[in-house]
Design a protein around this ligand. Sequence first.
Ligand code: MN
Length: 213
Amino acid sequence: MATYTLPELPYDYAALEPVINPQIIELHHDKHHAAYVKGANDTLEQLEEARDKEAWGAINGLQKNLAFHLSGHILHSIYWHNMTGEGGGEPHAADGVGDLADAITESFGSYAGFKSQLTKAAATTQGSGWGVLAYEPVSGKLIVEQVYDHQGNVGQGSVPILVFDAWEHAFYLQYKNQKVDFIEAMWQVVNWQDVAKRYAAAKERVNVLLLAP
Ligand code: MN
């Protein structure tokens, strides 16, 4: 029995047009995300085999593969739900996402400052990576992270609540080399209801790191 399974998309392949075309969504979910799920499961099996045989020659590669594939699975699982064809705009209290809107202002000074930082962080990734808005439980504030691949350059314990995939597979078929245009278009499909739900859930488990009494 596999530990991880590929979640279904919460919409059809064409739901995010014109920001992301159906061909990208189909390949991205059915092939790329599926490969991370398989990679995570395969790596867990290989680690079990290594334990059984006490054969640790490949331990460094296996641990790296586990971090890469598992993080890829988790980020993509969040990514699909972070987007909706009826999304975009700024989060407003009138839409029931006032706590999130307040947290963004408190953490970044202004919505414009936050938007600018996340756009830049995602659009300037070198090679493959992500721009991420995360809840940081020690400060109780939101931070932006520029993630290398799926797993690097992140603070331990932070919970991703809004993720922008900046890998070429996320946009190249439609935007070619114009990564900045893709990231700027992404703001039109942000599902603030979903981000607000993730913010509330992350805040609930604020003391999970037990760094404070
Ligand atoms: Mn991706």
